[in-house]
Design a binder for this molecule. Sequence first.
Ligand code: SAH
Length: 271
Amino acid sequence: MPSAAAAPPAPPVLIVGAGPGDPDLLTLAAVRALAGAEVVIHDRLVGDGILALIAPGARRIAAGKEGFGPSTPQDAINAAIVAAARAGLRTVRLKAGDPGVFGRLDEELAALDAAGIAWRIVPGLTAAAAAAAAIGQSLTCRGRNGALTILTGHDVAGFAEHDWRSLARPGAVAAIYMGKRAARFVQGRLMMHGAAPDAPATVVENASRADQRIRAATLATLPAAAAACAGPAVILWGLAPRAAAAALPALTASPDLPAPDDTTTRREALA
Ligand code: SAH
C-alpha cells in the first residue's frame, strides 16, 4: 500500500492579481495560472475577458463584492479556498488589480496558513497604475511629488481618516480607491487643511477597460465627478490629464477626439 508520504505535494494556492481589467495587462504568470487551474475563486470585479482565459473545465466561483452590492463574507471566501486546496485541486484565487492593495490578502493568507496550505502570490497591476497611464501622467515626478499615497475613501468604520494635512500640500498626489461615496468627505478634509479649490483631481472609471472614462475635475468639482461614475473608479488627487493625452487620438488617426474635461477614451486611442 502506498504510504501517505508518497502522495505528491499539493500545489500551492496561487493568489493572482488580475490587473485593472484589460486582459492585455495580465502578467504571463497570471495567464499560465488561469490556464492550469482546476478551481478559480474570483472577485466579481474581474471581467469576462479575463475569465475567458480560465481553463474550460475549471470550476469558477464568484466571490467578493461588486460596488456596493451584495458581498460574500470573507470567512466564506476563505473556506472556499481552503476546501478547494484540501481537495488537492490546483486552486487560483483571482483578485482584481494587485492582491496586496485593498484586497484583504492578509486574511486569506492567514486562513491558508492556519490550514497548513502552501501559497504563492502573483502580483498584478493595481488600478492606480492603469488610471495614471490613462491620463498620461506619472504617479511620482521629480520636483513635484516624491511620495505617492494610496488610500481608501472608506474603511470598515466609515469614511477613512488620513494625514490630510500632508495630502493638502501643493504637489501632493494620492490615488484614492473606493472614493466615490467619500468624495465629498475627502473634499471637505482637504479644504479644511488648506488645499486650493482649483487643485486638480481626475476621476478614472473602469481604467483600462473598453468603457474607461476620464473625468477631469478640481477639488471644487470632485464630488460631482465622482458621483457620475457607475463603475469602479480611482480618484487621482493632484493630477490632471496631461494636455498631450487629449491631443493624442488625433495623432493616432482616431476620428473621435475626446474633449479634455469629459473624456471617454478607448484604450486604443491612447495606446
Ligand atoms: N486590488 C485592487 C483594488 C481593490 S479595491 C487593485 O489593486 O486595483 C476596489 C477599488 O479598486 C474600487 O473601488 C476602485 O476604486 C478600484 N478599482 C479597481 N479596478 C478599477 C478600474 N479598472 N478602474 C478604476 N478603479 C478601479
